[in-house]
Structures are given as C-alpha cells and as structure tokens.
Design a protein around this ligand. Structure first.
Ligand SMILES: NC(=O)C1=CN([C@@H]2O[C@H](COP(=O)(O)OP(=O)(O)OC[C@H]3O[C@@H](n4cnc5c(N)ncnc54)[C@H](OP(=O)(O)O)[C@@H]3O)[C@@H](O)[C@H]2O)C=CC1
Ligand SMILES: C[C@H](CCC(=O)NCCS(=O)(=O)O)[C@H]1CC[C@H]2[C@@H]3C(=O)C[C@@H]4C[C@H](O)CC[C@]4(C)[C@H]3CC[C@]12C
Length: 270
C-alpha cells in the first residue's frame, strides 16, 4: 500500500515538462488528451496510422503550449511497431514519464459473425500491442517512477450485445494489467497502472457506429479526456467515467447480474 500511495489533488503543473506517449491520438479521446496535455506544457509523442491527421494534431498541440510535440505514424497490427514508438521516445527524450494506451482497431457493431480471424487481429491491436508497448517502455517508466494509463470500457467489465470481439479485448486488458499491478506492488516497482472504464462517449467513430442502435446520450469526449489525464497523474487504480452511470453499472453487475443484462438490452433500440 505504501508503494502505491498517490497524491490526492490534481494540479495542472504536475504535467509540466513530463514526457508522455499517447496512442490513438489522431482522433476522438486520444486527440482530446493530447490537447489537454499540451495546455499543461507536457512533451508529447503521439501515434496512430493516419499521418495527415497526426500532423494537424501536433500543430495544434504546439499552438496550445506543448513543451514539444512530435508523432510517429504506423499500425499496431504490425507487431514491431510498439517497440518503434517506444524507441522514438527513448531516442528523443532519453526517458518517459507517462504511457497512455488508448488506440483501438476497427470492429463491427453487430451479431458475432463467426470470423475468428477478425477476433485474432483485434486482439493484436487492442490487447497484445498494449502488452508490447508496456514491455518496451517499462525500463524507462521504472527509472522515472512513472505511470501507465490503459483506456478500457464498461464493455471490458460487463458485456453488451453486438460487441463480442471488442469486449473480449477489453476484458483481456483488465486481466493482464490488474495482475501486473499486483506484481509491481509485490516487487516494489513504483509504476502506477490506471485502468479507465468508460461508458458511451461522443467521439465521431463511436457515435457513427452505435447511435442508430443505442438510446443513451453519449458523454463529452473533452471532459472524458481530462478525467483520464487526471486519474493517471493521480496514480488512481481505476477511473469510472461517467462516474455515476459506470458506478451503478458495476454495482448491479455484482449484486444483480441478470437484471443488469436486461437493462443493457433494453437500452438498445428494437
Ligand atoms: N467512444 C466511446 O464510446 C468509448 C471509447 N472507449 C475507449 O476509448 C478509447 C478511444 O476511443 P475513441 O476515441 O472513441 O476511438 P477513435 O476511433 O476516435 O480513435 C481510435 C484511435 O486509434 C487509432 N487507430 C485505429 N486503428 C489503429 C491501428 N491499427 N493502429 C494504431 N492506431 C490505430 C485511430 O487513428 P488512425 O485511424 O489514424 O490509425 C485513432 O487515433 C478506446 O480505447 C476505446 O475502447 C471506451 C468506451 C466507450
Ligand atoms: C451499450 C454500452 C453501454 C450500455 C449501458 O449500460 N449504458 C448505460 C451506462 S453508460 O453511461 O456507462 O454507458 C456501450 C458502452 C461502451 C460502448 C462501446 C465502447 O466501448 C466503444 C466502442 C467504440 C467503437 O468505435 C464502436 C462502438 C463501441 C463498441 C461502443 C458500443 C456501445 C457500448 C458497448
């Protein structure tokens, strides 16, 4: 417990001059995290596949006040890419303070279609690349007593229809990183792991994928991104955002799982 002790109050200065990697930073929540971190004067290394979008995000980050901002483009389907990203941080900064793992690969929102190849590919992008990034970055994070932030979903704590492959990758993250957190504490490795459990957020891709099927109103990506940054810096174990909705969902999962399942199904349009 001593080695996992964390500061209580967030202060934007906590990020000033910190060296931060954000994956999936070309759009959505990752892009918004980059803008918050830039305002807080962090050094940024951003990654995603689309170079043109990353260029725009880097430009905006520099305008907002980032201590420095650069990108490396590539796909997390390529098993060598996680190490390339971390090496870029090592060569540029000689160290790393915060690793924010946020990217996801494309998945359909529909009945599971039996495509095992898709599940395998999604596990590579959404899960195994997170493990590979962590392994490569760990020596630098141990040195800086830094933080790992893993962006997950309520779909990684309790399943919903039409997202079987995606949900599997998010459950895997919880198993892996929650086990790793135990091991860090046992071995007195002072690197924090924050697992972010997010409900429905208003990013373009998520809204496009599910608004025709889901009644809920999505929460704002800007606020969501700020809460993720804060909980990582405060070395929290988990973030639940939006807190009341996710909190109730997790409570119901433990005390009335069948009732929760029927509530989730009823939030889908027929
Ligand atoms: N939005 C929501 O409702 C919710 C989101 N979350 C989680 O939040 C995180 C961000 O989600 P959100 O902002 O909505 O997602 P977006 O789809 O907006 O962003 C995904 C990011 O990942 C990048 N990406 C996609 N494929 C690859 C790939 N093969 N290799 C590397 N990067 C890739 C995309 O850029 P590019 O295409 O340029 O590669 C983009 O930057 C995810 O972990 C998601 O699971 C959790 C719960 C709800
Ligand atoms: C339908 C899920 C949530 C059901 C629910 O109980 N909602 C009320 C409580 S809440 O406010 O906490 O939501 C959706 C919650 C997370 C969504 C999924 C997600 O994690 C992002 C994916 C992004 C991708 O681009 C496509 C859609 C998602 C699979 C998205 C689908 C809907 C959720 C499972």
């Amino acid at each position: 417990f001593y080695f996992y002790s964390a500061p209580e109050n967030f202060n934007e200065e906590m990020l000033r001059g910190k060296r931060v990697i954000v994956t999936g930073a070309s759009s959505g929540i990752g892009e918004q995290m980059a803008y918050h971190l830039a305002r807080m004067e962090a050094h940024l290394l951003l990654t995603a596949r689309t170079e043109a979008k990353l260029q725009k995000v880097v430009k905006r980050c520099l305008e907002l006040g980032a201590a420095s901002a650069r990108y490396v483009s590539g796909s997390m389907e390529d098993t060598t890419f996680p190490e390339v990203v971390v090496k870029e941080a090592e060569n540029t900064w000689g160290g790393l303070d915060v690793l924010i793992l946020n990217h996801i690969g494309y998945s359909y929102f529909n009945y599971f279609n039996g495509d095992v190849g898709h599940v395998r590919k999604l596990l590579e992008v959404n899960f195994l690349s997170y493990v590979a990034m962590t392994v490569s970055a760990l020596p630098m994070l141990k040195e800086s007593e830094g933080s790992i932030v893993v962006v997950s979903s309520v779909a990684g704590k309790t399943a919903a229809p039409f997202s079987a492959p995606y949900s599997a990758t998010k459950f895997a993250l919880d198993g892996f990183f929650s086990s790793l957190r135990h091991e860090f504490i046992i071995e007195k490795v002072n690197v924090s792991i924050t697992l972010c459990i997010l409900g429905y957020i208003d990013t373009e891709n998520a809204v496009r994928a599910v608004s025709h099927a889901i009644r809920d109103t999505p929460a704002p990506k800007e606020e969501c991104a700020l809460e993720i940054v804060k909980s990582g810096v405060l070395r929290r174990r988990e973030l639940h955002y939006p807190s009341r909705a996710v909190g109730s969902l997790l409570l119901l999962r433990d005390i009335a799982p069948d009732f929760l399942d029927s509530l989730i199904r009823s939030s889908y349009k027929q």
